[in-house]
Design a protein around this ligand. Structure first.
Ligand code: NAD
Length: 350
């Protein structure tokens, strides 16, 4: 079979560290294994536009491996061109870069490596919570620029203890974050369309808010942990931001398009938001003129939270296991399925 992987360029770093797997040079370390079984493995980082390498390979690809960190947008048009395509495998968590309805209509299976990097993301979220509250970024910038102005940093620097922190989404990452926040002695809230159950709420020391606007109005800082779906696109808009306390913060490692992009810029610049941090953008890579690069009080990075070397190892192992099952005609773990061959879309994406 022809397997195509779309990953970012590893540049000089791929040669420096063999544990760096999520790049075109390493290709998740799958080449020897795939080729030994007679499969063709083609790797590219060129994912965008009609003249990209990905586009040229679509017509005879059987399996397409993509990753949210360097998302190849698999549109309905591309699915139409990919006549041989049987499996769209997301090396990571989050398959919103794929037109799931078009895949379902074409009878293509979509799967991801559910849970592979949830610890990595929760740890990163905790870091961003602290970076925002302690006003870390201006201090770091001053030091690198030869300056020393303590007042600029501490006139808006807070402890985490005693603050009200809410997660929108109480699934895998949401719960791991709550677990990590608990020792900091904050007030913890969550909003999710499903309850995590009384017992789990007690373990985590968290209270459910059934109304999103109420959660927003109570929190000093809100973290997004829901998938990007038709229902969650633009969830945090101007109206919702106005429900938040003045100067509250947002951390978003879930997906950029959960936000109304310009409403976030306006809220950061006006002070309605005290700051915004996250690693997800719409689109990715973010263009040079993306306004989140330049808004006030942000602590943004590239899409990195779920791609630590530990996560990369789990992503690679999970991708290999899933491909092995696919070649043998075996079923995947149920939670890996995003779209089944019969066209059924997983509940978290509906
Ligand atoms: P999960 O499925 O375990 O949890 C998602 C939660 O969101 C579920 O509890 C679900 O009930 C809730 N939810 C879904 N739609 C909702 C809606 N409309 N209203 C209210 N609640 C809703 O997923 P997870 O593993 O915790 O991952 C969450 C998201 O994080 C992923 O979908 C992905 O977009 C993102 N993610 C980002 C990275 C990264 O590197 N930045 C890595 C992994 C995952």
């Amino acid at each position: 079979m022809k397997v195509v992987g779309v990953f970012l360029k590893g540049c000089k770093y791929a040669a420096q560290n063999p544990k760096f797997l999520l790049n075109v040079e390493a290709g998740l370390g799958l080449r020897p294994w795939l080729e030994a079984q007679g499969h063709l493995y083609h790797l590219t980082h060129e994912k965008d536009g009609p003249h990209s390498e990905l586009e040229a390979h679509l017509h005879d690809t059987d399996v397409l491996i993509t990753t949210p960190f360097h998302p190849a947008y698999v549109t309905a048009d591309r699915i139409k061109k990919a006549k041989n395509l049987k499996l769209l495998l997301t090396a990571g968590v989050g398959s919103d870069h794929i037109d799931l309805h078009a895949a379902a209509a074409a009878g293509i299976t979509v799967a991801e490596i559910t849970g592979c990097n949830v610890v990595s993301v929760a740890e990163d979220e905790l870091m961003r919570v602290l970076i925002l509250l302690r006003n870390f970024v201006p201090g770091w910038k001053q030091i690198t620029q030869g300056n020393w102005d303590v007042a600029e940093v501490i006139h808006r620097s807070y402890d985490l203890e005693g603050k009200t922190i809410g997660t929108i989404g109480g699934g895998r990452i949401g719960q791991l974050l709550l677990q990590r926040l608990k020792p900091f002695k904050c007030n913890l809230l969550y909003y999710d369309r499903y309850s995590i159950g009384e017992q789990r709420e007690k373990e985590l020391g968290v209270t459910r808010e059934e109304d999103l606007d109420t959660l927003l109005s109570k929190c000093d800082l809100v973290v997004l942990n829901v998938p990007l779906t038709d229902k969650t696109k633009g969830l945090i808009n101007k109206d919702r931001l106005s429900k938040m306390k003045k100067g509250a913060y947002i951390v978003n490692n879930a997906r950029g398009a959960l936000m109304d992009r310009d409403a976030i810029v306006e809220a950061c610049n006006s002070g309605q938001l005290g700051g915004y941090s996250g690693d997800v953008w719409d689109p990715q890579p973010a263009p040079k003129d993306h306004p989140w690069r330049y808004m006030a009080n942000h602590a943004m990075t590239q899409h990195i939270s779920g791609a630590s070397l530990d996560a990369q190892w789990r992503i690679a192992a999970g991708t290999k296991e899933t491909l092995e099952k696919f070649f043998k005609g075996q079923v995947f773990p149920e939670e890996y399925y995003i779209v089944k061959k019969d066209g059924k879309i997983a509940p978290q994406y509906t």
